[in-house]
Design a protein around this ligand. Sequence first.
Ligand SMILES: C[S@@+](CC[C@H](N)C(=O)[O-])C[C@H]1O[C@@H](n2cnc3c(N)ncnc32)[C@H](O)[C@@H]1O
Length: 232
Amino acid sequence: MEDQKTYKRPIRSFVRRTGRQTPSQQKALETLWPVLGIEHTPEPLDLEAVFGRTAPTVLEIGFGNGETLVQQATENPDQNYIGIDVHEPGVGHCLLKAEEAHISNLRLLMHDAIDVLTHQIPPLSLSRVNLYFPDPWPKKRHHKRRIVQPEFLALIDSRLDSNGTLNIATDWANYAEHIDEVMAQSVRFFCAERREHDGDQPLDRPRTKFERRGLRKGHRIHDWCFKKSNKS
Ligand SMILES: C[S@@+](CC[C@H](N)C(=O)[O-])C[C@H]1O[C@@H](n2cnc3c(N)ncnc32)[C@H](O)[C@@H]1O
């Protein structure tokens, strides 16, 4: 059924929080954003021009403070990384970490990931999408705001190349059930790996800030790697 739908999405998966920005984050937004930031426009990006090379491109949706993203970009200099988040202080923090790491394979967008994927990310251009600890929207009446929905999978499927993977992690048991259900109904992806653990066995990612917070509260962590079934 997801095949017939186009992505019309008035319901956003986030509420824009203002949050406090440190002076160094503010400065990073002024001086580093012009170098590492990509503005949202309705036109598809030329990724070869953006990175000055052709390389597998990994996209992280909702990178938070960006430390996991910067660490992965640093450890994989042969891959391009794109991070998307709407939270300005987090973007400032990520810019500072990227500067400290002296990396040139990372670019950031500060806009709704759904709009970015729809308009700016070209079809079949990504090798991997990471969605680590998406906002859980625990109240039942807010479940419709959860980003993992059939339309989201259709969009991700259209942007991943044929060997592409979608990697998800959450510490919310009820969101994990929701992800299992939505993914099980999808003809687009199959589950290549699934792990439930106490923070000691993530699939292939550094621990994130929200993961640490979940672990402090005694939550179990769920990690999945989904591959494209290439049947759609
Ligand atoms: C719970 S936090 C997790 C942050 C980080 N991945 C971690 O594990 O520490 C979720 C993040 O996703 C971002 N976010 C939620 N929906 C988004 C969307 N549609 N586009 C861009 N960012 C989004 C939020 O601003 C927030 O920073």
